[in-house]
Design a protein around this ligand. Structure first.
Ligand SMILES: [Zn+2]
Length: 182
């Protein structure tokens, strides 16, 4: 399954820009806001579905926080009249990548997220595509996915979603600290 969000914004080549730090800060903040507003307007989490993006009550405020139940492949495409070289392409997306990760309540280096970059010629905009790697119930598929992507340790150490919710562990052997059924 693929979910696509298109954001009508120009993405400048940040690498070649001689920019004051305050201007850089404002530019990245505006990019991040454009991402979060478009995800909200587009109901991106609802489109991905509860099997991929879970919601739990927030600890310190009234409301809910999202969490990722399943790995996601994220493709960030810059559409612009002129193309960038590969280094500058990834660099230009840094703020957007951080905001995408924050939306799912994780760090951008979280092994559940994999990142691809692409570019096309056309009228300026940014396209974000989410490919669902596997559904929550495919626990063996998920374990293999983490092992094959070199993240076996992450898989062993991070509590599964059921453990986080105080329910019966999904994993075999169980997560560290899991309450094992007698
Ligand atoms: Zn567990």
């Amino acid at each position: 399954m693929t979910v696509t969000v298109t954001i009508p914004m120009a993405l400048p080549s940040a690498g070649n820009m001689r920019e004051h730090p305050m201007a850089r800060h404002r530019r990245i903040k505006a990019q991040r806001q454009a991402v979060s507003i478009n995800f909200m307007l587009d109901a991106t989490d609802a489109k991905l579905g509860e099997a991929v993006v879970g919601h739990r009550p927030a600890e310190h405020y009234h409301g809910t926080v999202r969490f990722l139940r399943s790995p996601l492949a994220v493709t960030l495409t810059r559409i612009a009249p002129r193309k960038l070289d590969d280094d500058n392409l990834a660099f230009a997306f840094k703020g957007i990548r951080d905001e995408v990760a924050a939306y799912f309540g994780v760090d951008d280096a979280d092994p559940r997220l994999t990142w691809r970059y692409a570019q096309e010629r056309g009228k300026a905009c940014v396209r974000i595509e989410f490919d669902v790697v596997t559904a929550e119930s495919d626990i063996d598929v998920m374990r293999r996915w983490f092992e094959e992507s070199g993240n076996a340790e992450f898989w062993r150490n991070v509590p599964c979603i059921e453990c986080e919710l105080g329910r019966t562990c999904l994993k075999s052997p169980p997560c560290a600290g899991a309450e094992v059924e007698p």
